[in-house]
Structures are given as C-alpha cells and as structure tokens.
Ligand binder design. Structure first.
Ligand code: S3P
Length: 174
C-alpha cells in the first residue's frame, strides 16, 4: 500500500489503539509504531514509572518529539497515547501528516475495560475517583479527538471488526 501520509489512531485510554494498530499492520503490511512504547524506549522505563519519577511534563515533551519524528516519515500506522492530542503542535502534525482515526469509546465502556483483570494501570487514574475523572477527561478531550478525519464507534467491538472498518474506509482492498 503506497501512502504519502501516515495512518494515526487517536482516542481515550482503553479504546484499543495498540491492538487495532497491530492488527492493521498485519492486514496492510504497513509498520506499526506505538508512541507510548517509543517513549518507554527512550526512558528505559514503563509509562507508569515515567510519570512517577520524571513527571508528566517530561513524558509529554518526549511524546511530542517522537510524534513529530514519526510524522516526518510516511506509510506507517501510528498508535497515539490517549493524551497525545492535548498539545496543539501534536494536533497540527497529525492534521498535516496523517489520516487520523478516532477510536471512540463511552464512559461506561472505559470503566468496564479499566476494571478487567490484566488491563495495564494508567498513571492518570491512580488513586482517583473514576466516576468523576473519566467523564471529566472525556468532556475535555472529545472536542480534540473530534478533529480526526474519521470517527469509529468502538464500544464492545472486536479488534478485527474495528480494523476491517478502517481498512474499508481507507479503500484498501485485498
Ligand atoms: C495517557 C494515556 C496513555 C499514556 C499515558 C497518558 C493519557 O496511553 O500515554 O498514560 O493522557 O490519556 P493509552 O491511551 O495507550 O493508555
């Protein structure tokens, strides 16, 4: 598949950006790059520990650097972190260099996913009242996610199903 831009997946924590990105990579043959994983490689530490030791501002700075480096290239699937859209410069680079898909999830779905055994801990959620925090973060962020080119309703759908919808919307056939 020849692309002059990249394909970026944005959306709230637990929307399945990483799993859908990996599946899309298999489906299209395009490489998958996960922004969180690349920040972890720079810090040589998991996201949770980066927030605890180096702090969120450090994380956000490296996140922006990695996104802009990735976006200098083309033909990749980029899995963003849930907060990558917060910085205006990140949204600008996504707009210029990517076809962006918002994997949209509801408050109820996020709550269920976060409570499933095996779901990784999110530092932003640590010790917080999720009944207040999730709706508040979604309220702040949804207008920013909505800048994406395409919206995919993701609640309760399988990774394959979501990936196939993206493939279809891209007009990719095989
Ligand atoms: C964050 C989401 C996380 C990770 C970090 C901050 C956020 O990514 O980047 O914990 O601000 O929503 P996932 O959406 O992949 O969990």
């Amino acid at each position: 598949m020849l692309l002059s831009k990249n394909i970026a997946l944005v959306g709230f924590m637990t929307a399945g950006k990483t799993q859908v990105g990996e599946r899309l990579s298999v489906r299209t043959g395009l490489p998958f790059r996960d922004v969180d994983r690349l920040v972890e490689e720079v810090a040589k530490a998991p996201v949770q520990r980066i927030f605890e030791t180096l702090g969120e501002p450090w994380f956000r700075q490296i996140e922006s650097r990695i996104l802009s480096e990735l976006c200098a290239g083309s033909g990749q699937i980029i899995g963003c972190g849930g907060g990558t859209i917060l910085r205006p410069e990140n949204r600008a680079v996504l707009r210029d260099r990517c076809v962006t898909f918002w994997l949209r999830v509801s408050v109820a779905y996020v709550r269920t996913r976060l409570e499933e055994p095996g779901t990784p801990q999110r530092p932003l959620m640590a010790g917080r009242d999720l009944d207040l925090l999730i709706p508040e973060l979604l309220r702040q962020r949804e207008p920013l996610y909505a800048e994406a080119d395409e919206v995919i309703e993701t609640d309760g759908r399988t990774v394959d199903d979501v990936a196939e919808e993206i493939v279809a919307r891209l007009g990719f056939t095989t």
